[in-house]
Design a protein around this ligand. Sequence first.
Ligand code: 1GP
Length: 255
Amino acid sequence: MKKLLLERKEKGCKSFFALLDPDKPIDINKLIPILTRATVVLIGGSLGVTPYDIDDLITRAREAGIDKPFVLFPGGLNNIAANADAILYMSLLNSLDPYWIIGAQVAAAPIVKRLGLEVLPTAYIIVGEGGAAGHVGRAQTIPLDKPELVAAYTLAAKYLGMQFVYLEAGSGAHTHIPPETVKLTRKVVGNDVYLIVGGGIRDVDTALAVLEAGADAIVIGTLLERQPEKATEIVETVNSYCSRDASTLHPDISS
Ligand code: 1GP
């Protein structure tokens, strides 16, 4: 999993993470065009999710022919499930509660080991509205107009040895992470952090702007069920990225 993502990054490709929240109604068949094009399928949710729901969803998706890595995006210990391939092993760096920074991770570690899940060491940083994840995780969310704080958190994550950093605006956020914030963050941390950006991304232009600003992957959740055709358009754009010259697309932010 990690290898797949890092190899794509190395080649200049971007990745699309399709997020499924088992607490929401999911029609797998309707999502086949998106899930078969996604780089990975993330599964998790902040509320109302059990490992049984996750295992069942993965089984149904595999039966429907979705041959993708299934990666846990845990909203808590109740999101650790055996059928997954890997886990975003996250620390919510800007939580005010040590439980979400290191407590849940200690409790999860023996389970993750026993299940043999591949681990992606990930800093989770919540910006702006933050949504349910921000509330449940007791995040002191970073104001949208303070990109230097996002960059500083990301640099701290890099210095702590975390390979993956997930900048989260919150599921269904009205305002996504601004591309300028991604651009500054990338400039400050250099290229050796794998940057994942999600929350409130709803159209191709936003997805492209965030990717060209320096994100390696975008996460799309809400749009999958609400406007699957738009999500399909985004995943196709992400997948065509490798063969495009990014500097000609949005020259204002790619320089
Ligand atoms: C939420 O970043 C993800 O944790 C995806 O957000 O549901 O707004 O696409 P959306």
